[in-house]
Structure formats: structure tokens, C-alpha cells
Design a protein around this ligand. Structure first.
Ligand code: SAH
Length: 332
């Protein structure tokens, strides 16, 4: 049987030598090689995780801790990862279609597929995965990928509306039901402005640009991730959006544990994988070291979490008036 390393070597032999190429072509070849390396790194991580999970499951079945039928039931519900779901909603805000190049949209849609897969295979998946503002080229690309495979993703919701519809939906005119994958909201619907306010307070927008830091995830809350791939072009984009929506915002506590040389902006699926790892282990450090590519760690040090020299605010409970995040919003 052909092994992964054998394949890689064979591919390596076929690769065009870069000598004699123009500078630009050499650069392009180096980039392709880098991307290939990253892909292998990611595949190896995924393979390792699959192997670990299979071993855990086999051990649990052998010890009588888990029934083989449970696996079948999970297949039906779409969750294959194991334990009980984490009862919080994850939202991917796709409202940035016009700000991306076609290439970036392709990257983003791949990240969405990784996101879905990560949640589906997580030991404690987010109970709800919602994609909002599904429009434009992003939707076209999703429709074209794998025969619109995303329409068959289990336990996902797709809205044409923005995430603000979470709290404004009953306050806006009803829309006719649609066969499109932009299904109408099914969860609780706010009936009064006070309900809408409560719902809004349960939402946190993640952005590296926030001065607030999230220290724990809580069941019952809704976490929004910006569905954009912009190679760091747009600073404060999601922060400004969160402020306009008057919702809380926060960055992940990466700097507490790892001193990175580059800015700590991650991709959508990396953020989701970190959140899922935290839910599983309740340990941010473990989550970061598992998910963030090792090449980002070159020349970095672990930070002693006790020695907190940071000047960031901690995100406080959305229901407590005067929490840091809310005092920011009141001025917004
Ligand atoms: N310029 C974009 C960056 C997109 S990165 C912006 O304004 O946010 C894709 C998304 O991943 C972000 O929108 C954010 O939701 C999430 N993300 C990336 N790095 C993060 C970090 N360090 N902390 C919190 N969220 C992060």
C-alpha cells in the first residue's frame, strides 16, 4: 500500500525545480510548497485526532461505558464526537461577502467546511451552528461546492438575515417560508422588547481587536465569529460591527499563555477548534497549543498565566449591568 510519506516523496520528485525561474515564479513555488506543507501538517493532526477518538471509543465499548448503539444514534443526529453537547450557539457571520476576493471566498468556504466537521466530531459539540447573512458569492461558492453539500450538513441553520435577527425577528415583519437553505429561525422568538434585550445580552462577538478578554464560555450564550478571510486587511471590522449592534465583544486569551510575534488573528475554523477544545478540557493553554499551527510558535515563549501583565478587560456576564463589555457598548 502507498503510504502518505511515499506519496509525498513521489510528489517531491515530480516538483519542478525552482532554479532558472523568475523571482516571482520562485516565490509562487515557495508559497505552494509552504501551503502543501501546511496541508500535510493539518492532515496529520486530523488523522491523529481520528485515531485517538477511535481508540477512546473502542476502550469505552470494551469497558462497557458506552453502547455500540449510541454510535448509531449519533450518526442519525449528525454528532459523531461522543459526549453531551455544549448548550450554546455558535454563529458564523457571513456578512462580509463584498469585502473579499474570489480567492478569499474560496478559502472562507473551505474554513466553513472545516468548522462544520470540527463541531460534528467534537466530544462536546456546540448544540447549534448557525450561519447568517448567507448571500452573494459566498452562497454561490457554497452552492457550487460538492453539489451544495452544505444543505445536507446536519444540525445547521442558514439565514439570509443577519445575526441581529436573533433578537429582532419577532419585531420585524414575518417572511414567507422558503425552500432555500436560509431556513426561518426555529428557536425561541422574542415577544417583547425586554426579551429582545435579554437575547441581545447573551451574544458575544469574537474579535482579536476587542480590548476585552473571554475567560470562559457559558451554556445559554451565543458566540459570533466573523466569517471573513481578509489576510488582516480590515482592522476593527468586526469590532465596529459588534459596537454598531450594541453587543458584547471579546478576544481569546492567547496572549496570557503564548507570546506570539505576529498578530493573534486566527482563521474561522481555528477559532472554532479552540473553543471546542476549551469546552472539552476547560484549559485554554491546551486548546491553543493543540490548534495553533506550530510554525506560529517559532521563537515564542510560554507565558506564565499567573504573571498577568496585560491591560485587557475580562468579559463579564451579559446579565450584569455595568460589566466591562456593556459599559463599552453604552458609549458606542
Ligand atoms: N479583520 C477581521 C479578521 C477576521 S479573522 C476582523 O475584523 O475580525 C476571522 C474571525 O475569527 C474574526 O472575525 C473573529 O471572529 C475570529 N478571531 C480570529 N482571531 C481571533 C482572536 N484572537 N480572538 C477572538 N476572535 C478571533
Amino acid at each position: 500500500m502507498e503510504t502518505e510519506s511515499a506519496r509525498t516523496e513521489a510528489e517531491g520528485e515530480q516538483a519542478t525545480p525552482t532554479q532558472g525561474l523568475s523571482k516571482r515564479a520562485q516565490k509562487r513555488a515557495a508559497k505552494a510548497a509552504r501551503l502543501h506543507e501546511l496541508k500535510l501538517e493539518r492532515r496529520a493532526r486530523e488523522k491523529e485526532a481520528r485515531k485517538r477518538k477511535q481508540q477512546e471509543r473502542a476502550r469505552a465499548v470494551a469497558n462497557g461505558e458506552c453502547d455500540v448503539n449510541v454510535t448509531r444514534k449519533r450518526r442519525k443526529t449528525g454528532a459523531v464526537g461522543g459526549g453531551s453537547p455544549f448548550n450554546a450557539r455558535l454563529v458564523i457571520d457571513l456578512g462580509f461577502d463584498e469585502l473579499m476576493t474570489d480567492k478569499e471566498i474560496n478559502s472562507l468556504t473551505s474554513q466553513l467546511a472545516y468548522t462544520y466537521s470540527a463541531n460534528r466530531h467534537a466530544s462536546h459539540a456546540f448544540s447549534s451552528l448557525l450561519f447568517t447573512s448567507v448571500n452573494g458569492r459566498t452562497k454561490q461558492r457554497l452552492d457550487a461546492m460538492n453539489d451544495a453539500g452544505y444543505r445536507r450538513w446536519s444540525n445547521t441553520e442558514w439565514w439570509e438575515d443577519s445575526y441581529e435577527h436573533i433578537w429582532t425577528r419577532s419585531l420585524s415583519p414575518a417572511r414567507p417560508p422558503s425552500r432555500e437553505p436560509t431556513s426561518a429561525p426555529t428557536n425561541s422568538t422574542p415577544e417583547t422588547t425586554a426579551d429582545a434585550d435579554d437575547l441581545r445580552r447573551s451574544v458575544i462577538y469574537f474579535t482579536a481587536d476587542s480590548e476585552n478578554e473571554i475567560l470562559e464560555l457559558k451554556e445559554g450564550e451565543t458566540y459570533v465569529i466573523g466569517g471573513i478571510c481578509d489576510h488582516n486587511r480590515y482592522k476593527n471590522l468586526c469590532l465596529n460591527k459588534a459596537n454598531t449592534s450594541k453587543i458584547r465583544h471579546a478576544h481569546l486569551p492567547i496572549g496570557r499563555y503564548i507570546s506570539l510575534s505576529t498578530r493573534k488573528v486566527l482563521t474561522v475554523n481555528q477559532v472554532v477548534e479552540i473553543l471546542l477544545k476549551w469546552v472539552e478540557t476547560r484549559d485554554w493553554e491546551k486548546a491553543f497549543w493543540t490548534v495553533i499551527p506550530k510554525r506560529k510558535f517559532q521563537g515564542v515563549e510560554r507565558v506564565d498565566p499567573e504573571d498577568d501583565g496585560s491591560t485587557t478587560n475580562e468579559v463579564e456576564d451579559g446579565n450584569e449591568p455595568g460589566g466591562n463589555a456593556h459599559s463599552d457598548l453604552e458609549g458606542a
